[in-house]
Write a protein that binds this ligand. Structure first.
Ligand code: HEC
Length: 129
């Protein structure tokens, strides 16, 4: 019984604490118009960019760069001249497996693949022309 008592005392203290928290005056919220509009597409591109930075940038030029750190790795901005971006999702789903021994063979989650491909499409040199 002692144990039960001390537990309920603790619970009461916690409740008090929680109540004192909520009785603070609310913090003014920024008007919704000030929020930047982030579309689902932007989020996917951002996800892909983060993956490219960590997993690909050691060999491939990412972003608008056209010179890759690895001499044989195609710059991502020129990738549509090397591969069909439309079939790239399929390729990534099966696990990239080029003949080149330098190119690691990954297995990505579908959402990461979608992000990567969205990102790659967004950085194609000819994409906005
Ligand atoms: C260790 C170096 C290295 C890393 C890291 C790397 N690549 Fe590559 N990648 C290469 C090389 C080298 C080639 C050229 C392969 C060839 O010509 O067979 C290549 C080719 C490619 C191609 C074209 C494949 C084809 O069929 O021609 C794609 C797409 C690609 N990489 C995507 C990626 C993505 C996405 C990442 C990150 C998730 C990545 N690579 C990370 C070295 C790398």
């Amino acid at each position: 019984m002692r144990r039960g008592l001390s537990l309920s005392a603790l619970f009461a203290a916690l409740t008090l604490f929680a109540c004192s928290k909520t009785s603070e005056p609310p913090v003014a919220e920024a008007p919704p118009v000030a929020e930047p509009v982030v579309t689902e597409q932007d989020e996917m591109i951002g996800r892909g960019e983060a993956i490219a930075e960590t997993a690909c940038a050691s060999c491939h030029a990412i972003g608008a760069e056209t010179e890759s750190p690895h001499p044989y790795a195609p710059p991502f901005s020129l990738l549509d001249q090397v591969v069909d971006l439309g079939t790239l999702k399929q390729t990534f789903t099966e696990g990239i497996n080029t003949d080149h021994p330098d190119m690691p063979n990954w297995q990505f989650d579908q959402i990461d693949i979608d992000g990567l491909v969205a990102y790659l499409e967004s950085v194609q040199a000819g994409a906005s022309e």
